[in-house]
Design a protein around this ligand. Sequence first.
Ligand SMILES: C[S@@+](CC[C@H](N)C(=O)[O-])C[C@H]1O[C@@H](n2cnc3c(N)ncnc32)[C@H](O)[C@@H]1O
Length: 234
Amino acid sequence: MSPGRVTDAALPDLDDKPRVVEEMFDRIAPRYDTLNRVLTFRMDVAWRRTASKMLGLRPDSRVLDLACGTGDLCRTLTAAGHAPVGLDFSAGMLRAAHTDAPLVRADAMQLPFAAATFDALTCGFALRNFAALAPVLAECSRVLRPGGRIALLDVAEPESPLVRSVHGAWFRHVVPFVGGLISDRAAYRYLPASTAYLPPLPELLALVGDAGIVDVSRRTLGFGAAQLITGTRV
Ligand SMILES: C[S@@+](CC[C@H](N)C(=O)[O-])C[C@H]1O[C@@H](n2cnc3c(N)ncnc32)[C@H](O)[C@@H]1O
């Protein structure tokens, strides 16, 4: 765990994590979008657009939006002229979804699609919620066609010490407070704390490479508060 990371004793054990995460997202689904907009000053909308653009796809590409939640990335992909399919294991998030894309309830660890089904795959703010990254990334690679593109968007820790301290205070105090007012305080303590599940950057990029993704690149967004990892399936 890197210095300055938000930690929280409330993080579940790995064995319990899928159940705890699924129940939590079921619970917070109705207010999830509102809080995203408020807590990121709507920057999350621009981050999803950047993720879609960085895929560099032809129109009508088939894109799997993994852990689609309420379907924000699906909507962004549809608006960009693509044909997304959303997948999530939280029935509550899927019920609250506002997208015309087909939605599938399933676990990211075992995708119900044949090999090479998709031209691209996106995953927004979910990496740290999976119980293990390697099996999920292997599944992502399996369902992508050779040459298919991947865009993984998640939170990050700003590099600048000044921005990092403001960001840390925001995560530790403002997110749980506002989350508690509008939704569920425990969940909005978990969400920032769960960044501790993300491996250090070199390890994260190595995991992506080990899954058969090449030309991996990473850029930060929102003054370093978010990161976008892109690559191409061999
Ligand atoms: C922070 S939300 C992100 C939702 C959406 N991608 C977005 O950009 O707003 C994380 C999502 O990951 C989903 N999730 C977590 N673990 C999962 C798994 N193993 N399989 C499928 N979905 C999962 C949760 O249900 C939740 O909807």
